[in-house]
Ligand binder design. Structure first.
Ligand code: MRU
Length: 352
C-alpha cells in the first residue's frame, strides 16, 4: 500500500508545462543558474528544443513530442482521425528525427498516432487526452518505481548515479533519481554520489542541483573518480536510468554507464537500471542494433561557453553507450523488477 510520501517536498520541479495553447519547456541548457521556460508554439520548435537538449531525458522527450503533435494539429483541417494522422505524419516524422537513441520518443508518437487514427470527429479531444495521459502515466510510473527500487536497497547504503534521471528528465519524480529520493526518505540510502557526466554535465549542472532543491545532500565526483570511489567501499549500488532496454535486457544509457557497470561488477557493487516500460523495446533483440547518437564535437571543446581545448582538435562525441544485460543486477519498471535480466526473464514481464 502506498503510504503518504511528501511529494511536495521531494518533487518540486516540472520541466514540461502545457498551457492549453503553448508548450513551455524549462530550458535545461541554462540550468542551474537561470530558470527560464522556452515557449514552443509549433511542433518544429518542439523538435528543435529536443535536438538542442533544451528538454532532455528519455521520458521527457517522449512527453514533449506528444505535445508537439498537439501543436502540429493547429495546422490540420480534418473531419476524422485517420485523415488527421495523414496530415500530421510529416510533423511526426520531424519530431521522431530529433534524437535517435531513446525509444520513448518513437513510443509516444506511435501512441498518439494509434489513438488519433481510430477517432472520429472528436479526434482533437482524443489527441489532447492521449498527450495528457502519457504525461500522467509517466509520473505515476516513476512514483511506483521509486518504492519498488528502494525496496532492493539495504538500509545505510551509499549509491552512485550518472547523468540526470530526475524530475527534469521525466514528467516528475524521476526514474533512478526517484529510487534515490524514496531510498533516502526510507533511510535505506545514507550517501549519494553523482557523476559530473561529461561532456554535457547533466550530473553537475542538473542532478546535484535537483537534489539540492529537495534538501538531499549529494556529493559530486568527476566521472574518472567512479572506480576509485567503488574501491573505497562507499557505495553499494550504482543506480541509473535508461534510454532503450532491449528484449535481452541490454540497456542504452548516457555515455559512461557501460564503464560504470564494468567497474561495479569488479568491485562487487550492484547495478540497478530504473525505467518505465515506455523505455522497453521488445522489438529490438539486443543492444547491437541500437543507434547511438553522436553529437557535435563542439560539445567536447569546452564547458558552457568557455573553451578548454585548443583550436583544431578533433573530438568524438557518442552520447550513449550500451551496458550488456549480464552486467545488470536489476531492471526496475512500473510493471515489476527483472533481476539478472536475460531474454526469458524480459519476455516473462514484457512479452505478449
Ligand atoms: O542526453 P540526455 O541528457 O537526454 O540523456 C539522458 C539519459 O541518458 C538518462 O539517463 C535517460 O534518458 C534516463 S532519464 C529518466
Amino acid at each position: 500500500m502506498e503510504t503518504a510520501f511528501d511529494y511536495a517536498r521531494y518533487d518540486r520541479i516540472r520541466p514540461i508545462r502545457w498551457t492549453g495553447a503553448t508548450l513551455e519547456l524549462l530550458d535545461q541548457r541554462r540550468l542551474p543558474f537561470e530558470q527560464e521556460y522556452l515557449v514552443c508554439t509549433s511542433s518544429d520548435e518542439v523538435a528543435a528544443a529536443i535536438h538542442a537538449l533544451a528538454v532532455r531525458g528519455a521520458p521527457a522527450i517522449g512527453i514533449s513530442a506528444a505535445w508537439g503533435v498537439v501543436l502540429a494539429a493547429n495546422e490540420v483541417e480534418a473531419g476524422n482521425g485517420a485523415d488527421a494522422v495523414r496530415q500530421l505524419e510529416p510533423a511526426m516524422q520531424r519530431l521522431n528525427a530529433a534524437r535517435p537513441t531513446a525509444v520513448n520518443l518513437a513510443w509516444a508518437l506511435a501512441r498518439m498516432r494509434a489513438a488519433i487514427s481510430v477517432a472520429g470527429g472528436d479526434w482533437r479531444e482524443v489527441m489532447l487526452h492521449q498527450a495528457q495521459a502519457i504525461a500522467e502515466e509517466d509520473l505515476a510510473a516513476n512514483r511506483h518505481m521509486g518504492r519498488l527500487g528502494a525496496g532492493l536497497i539495504a538500509p545505510g547504503s551509499g549509491i552512485l548515479t550518472h547523468c540526470n534521471t530526475g524530475s527534469l528528465a521525466t514528467a516528475g519524480f524521476g526514474t533512478a533519481l526517484g529510487v534515490i529520493r524514496a531510498g533516502v526518505v526510507e533511510g535505506r540510502i545514507n550517501k549519494v554520489f553523482a557523476d559530473e557526466t561529461r561532456p554535457w554535465m547533466q550530473g553537475a549542472r542538473l542532478t546535484v542541483w535537483e537534489l539540492q532543491q529537495d534538501g538531499i545532500d549529494a556529493t559530486l565526483i568527476a566521472d574518472a573518480a567512479a572506480a576509485h570511489l567503488m574501491k573505497t567501499g562507499a557505495v553499494q549500488w550504482v543506480i541509473v536510468g535508461a534510454d532503450r532496454i532491449c528484449a535481452n535486457g541490454d540497456t542504452a544509457n548516457k555515455i559512461g554507464t557501460y564503464q560504470l557497470a564494468i567497474a561495479a561488477r569488479h568491485h562487487g557493487v550492484k547495478f540497478m537500471v530504473v525505467a518505465p516500460s515506455s523505455t522497453v523495446d521488445m522489438d529490438m533483440a539486443s543492444g547491437e542494433a541500437i543507434e547511438i547518437e553522436e553529437r557535435d564535437q563542439a560539445e567536447m571543446h569546452g564547458i558552457g561557453s568557455v573553451r578548454t581545448v585548443a583550436e583544431g582538435i578533433t573530438a568524438w562525441n557518442p552520447v550513449f553507450d550500451v551496458t550488456p544485460a549480464g552486467l545488470i543486477d536489476a531492471i526496475v519498471t512500473e510493471k515489476g523488477i527483472v533481476e539478472r535480466p536475460d531474454s526469458a526473464r524480459m519476455q516473462a514481464l514484457f512479452g505478449p
